[in-house]
Design a protein around this ligand. Structure first.
Ligand code: CP
Ligand code: NVA
Length: 300
């Protein structure tokens, strides 16, 4: 039996496969492709955490591809009463054609994928957010041309989204400079992986240095869903705020990205996120097109 085509993390793909998914996304966006690969198929979406973009873009994508969705949150399912992810995945595989999961623990996603007979898609864990960063790379390329050789600066928390940016930098061959306080750095294991793969990923505590000459500056919330110590994080991360001064260190053509939701005045100033260099609305739109690319890849 063929293994299901899971979409778990970008490091598990080679560059050609990721490029195929992005090409599909662009083809759906432009209308060059309008097939219905999800015709008659169901996607189940399991949410342990809140969502606006992921929830809506997957539902619209699946329906526009000819399929349908079932959305459940943890509390409304037996997961909330202790049924295992393994058993849940086995049962769901008998009903639906793919499962998207947003969960607090990456281990739960792995348990589900290891026991599902249908594709499992990572809709965010504490460790990564690959669907988001595929949309980010798509946006970067629409605005600035091929990602290869570009300089992307991450300024802020070394969180789940930053981790997927590390995977993307290695696979799409761009430079990623991460400006982050020492205590919030991405895991050493992940940075070692990037270095073993020949990736151009560096880490600094100096956002101004990291932003110098960049093509893109990106950040995310200082307090991710499920994170604690908000006050401590705010104090640590204040010097990493993306403001007009930091943007001015980048190239004049540089864009600003943020996966959203954003807190104006914290990780980014209103002047930057609502200003002319911001690409955040295209970035959010591209979630829809990328979900189509991912769904088409998983289902066919
Ligand atoms: N960026 C993102 O994943 O947004 P949601 O949490 O609204 O899905
Ligand atoms: N890092 C954020 C991303 C939200 C889409 C979080 O995990 O809450």
């Amino acid at each position: 039996m063929n293994l299901p085509r899971h979409f778990i993390d970008l490091d598990r793909f080679d560059a050609t496969e990721l490029r195929r998914i992005l090409d599909l996304a662009a083809a759906y966006k432009s209308g060059r492709v309008n097939g219905k690969p999800a015709s008659g198929k169901f996607l189940a979406m399991l949410f342990e955490k809140p969502s606006t973009r992921t929830r809506v873009s997957f539902e619209v994508a699946m329906k526009q591809l000819g399929g349908d969705v079932i959305v459940m949150d943890e509390k409304a399912s037996q997961l909330g009463r202790g049924e295992t992810w393994a058993d849940t995945a086995r049962v769901m595989s008998r009903y639906v054609d793919a499962i998207m999961i947003r969960t607090s623990r990456a281990a739960d996603l792995s348990e589900a994928a290891g026991n599902a007979d249908v594709p499992v898609i990572n809709g965010l864990t504490n460790q990564s957010h690959p669907c988001q960063v595929m949309a980010d790379v798509m946006t970067l390329e629409e605005r600035l041309g091929p990602a290869r050789g570009k300089i992307v600066t991450w300024s802020g928390d070394g969180n789940n989204v930053a981790n997927s940016w590390i995977h993307a930098a290695v696979r799409f061959d761009f430079t990623l400079r991460i400006a982050v306080p020492q205590s919030l750095r991405p895991a050493k294991k992940l940075l070692d992986w990037a270095s073993t793969e020949g990736g151009k990923v560096s880490v600094t505590e100096d956002p101004a240095e990291a932003a110098s000459g960049a093509d893109c500056i990106v950040t995310d919330t200082w307090v991710s869903m499920g994170s604690d110590n908000a006050e401590k994080r705010h104090n640590l991360l204040a010097p990493y705020r993306v403001d007009e001064k930091l943007m001015a260190r980048a190239k004049p053509s540089a864009i600003f990205m943020h996966c959203l939701p954003a807190k104006r005045g914290l990780e980014v100033t209103a002047g930057v996120i609502d200003g002319p260099q911001s690409a955040v609305w295209d970035e959010a739109e591209n979630r829809l097109h990328v979900q189509k690319g991912i769904l088409a890849w998983c289902l066919t």
